[in-house]
Write a protein that binds this ligand. Structure first.
Ligand SMILES: [Fe+2]
Length: 390
């Protein structure tokens, strides 16, 4: 690793107690007892129930005689109204701990609910950074996808139901108290969900590693995550029951989540918020999977050495290439990966049309991910990128 003595930086420590390993779900009662929890609200979604994972969670809790209430109504990208309803449910049952089980939507809902249980008022009153002041209820995040990194991040993303726009509550009090990362819970995740969520994790790692805010500690985590994804994502999609690949992908997603807390991301994530809003509601992982190669194409010449490192981490032999050609290999490697795992070439199949471009660009330009993007970008650049991924 090259050092730069002119660089000063901050790395946000992650207060989340991470317990990682196959079969780790079984340690859930021990974690809840360590909080002194008397009744736990289990927040999840119908997909997790249908996959049989909720039954596994409740069995573990019943076997240990833990008291709990299940709330399984989370929808994709959740919603501010649903979060407020979930807080009311928590209060009705006098729960003093929260367990989130699922992908980003369930974990982000559970994080917001744990925070709102001790911070009065509706979810929308806390949109922004560091508006949550009181310590949240203890919360355990159990991811069932390998992608969002929500189990270790300080963000809860959801839909503002009054405007149908994706928003976020962020702050150090939003971190889950515990992340239980059990790769066995992802063994039955369907190929398309594995592919899209895996590309979201790759986007976290690549955008973090190449942006202007990256620093050595986040960079090391992000680069390791890229290498793990290069090695394991194809096999996780093609053979979902491959436990080493599932383990590698979950590790990558969690490492990328820790890395990005301190750095923010880039244009692909700036675009993801509005593309997941209004009538569009393109799933977050799909947006990232489709836009990441185009964003990398736009960015790679601005930080050729970093993109060359990305190419190397993805297994490309760049030893005989010029800096610029080596950087270009990172773009090609990600395009090939997306193609191999069945990511669609564009977003038109998700209802994305020419008339969406202007409002998406306008909203994306407000994102805090734009100023840290490695190449300075204006509205016309975002417009060009969106036309490429139509
Ligand atoms: Fe993401």
């Amino acid at each position: 690793m090259n050092v730069d003595v002119a660089q000063s930086f901050n790395f946000l420590p992650v207060p989340t107690d991470i317990h990682f390993g196959c079969g780790m779900l079984r340690s859930l009662p021990e974690r809840l007892k360590s909080f002194g929890a008397t009744r736990t609200l289990v927040v999840t979604d119908p997909g997790v129930r249908a996959a049989g994972i909720l039954d596994r969670v409740t069995r573990v809790l019943q076997d240990a005689t833990c008291q709990f209430t299940v709330w399984d109504r989370v929808k994709p990208d959740s919603g501010s109204t649903l979060i407020d309803e979930t807080v009311a449910e928590l209060q009705r049952h006098a729960c003093d701990a929260v367990v989130g089980v699922g992908g980003g939507s369930s974990l982000d809902t559970a994080k917001a609910v744990a925070a709102l249980a001790t911070n009065p008022g509706p979810a929308l009153a806390y949109v922004g950074l560091h508006k949550v002041r009181n310590r949240a209820l203890p919360m355990v995040a159990i991811p069932t996808t390998a992608g969002t990194g929500s189990e270790v991040t300080l963000w809860s993303v959801f839909t503002d139901d009054t405007r149908a726009v994706k928003v976020a509550i962020g702050g150090t009090l939003l971190h889950p108290a515990v992340a239980l990362c059990d790769p066995e819970l992802t063994l039955d995740l369907p190929p398309m969900l594995t592919a899209a969520t895996g590309m979201d994790a790759l986007a976290h790692a690549v955008e973090c590693y190449t942006n202007n805010a990256c620093q050595p500690i986040s960079g090391a985590l992000a680069l390791q995550a890229i290498e793990l994804i290069g090695r394991h994502l194809r096999s996780a999609v093609l053979n979902g029951r491959n436990l080493p690949s599932r383990y590698g992908m979950m590790l990558a997603a969690t490492m990328a989540g820790i890395a990005m807390n301190s750095t923010r991301l880039g244009l692909a994530h700036a675009l993801a918020m509005p593309l997941g809003s209004w009538d569009l509601r393109v799933p977050h992982g799909v947006v990232l999977a489709v836009t990441l190669p185009a964003v990398m194409e736009f960015n790679h010449l601005a930080e050729p050495d970093r993109f060359a490192e990305v190419a190397r981490a993805l297994g490309e032999d760049v030893s005989r290439l010029s800096r610029l050609d080596a950087a270009g290999r990172a773009v090609a490697a990600v395009r090939n990966l997306a193609r191999d795992i069945g990511i669609p070439a564009g977003l038109s199949g998700f209802g994305f049309r020419e008339e969406h471009i202007a409002p998406v660009v306008e909203e994306a330009m407000r994102s805090g991910n734009v100023p840290v993007n490695p190449r300075r970008a204006g509205a016309e650049d975002l417009t060009r990128i969106l036309r490429q991924v139509m």
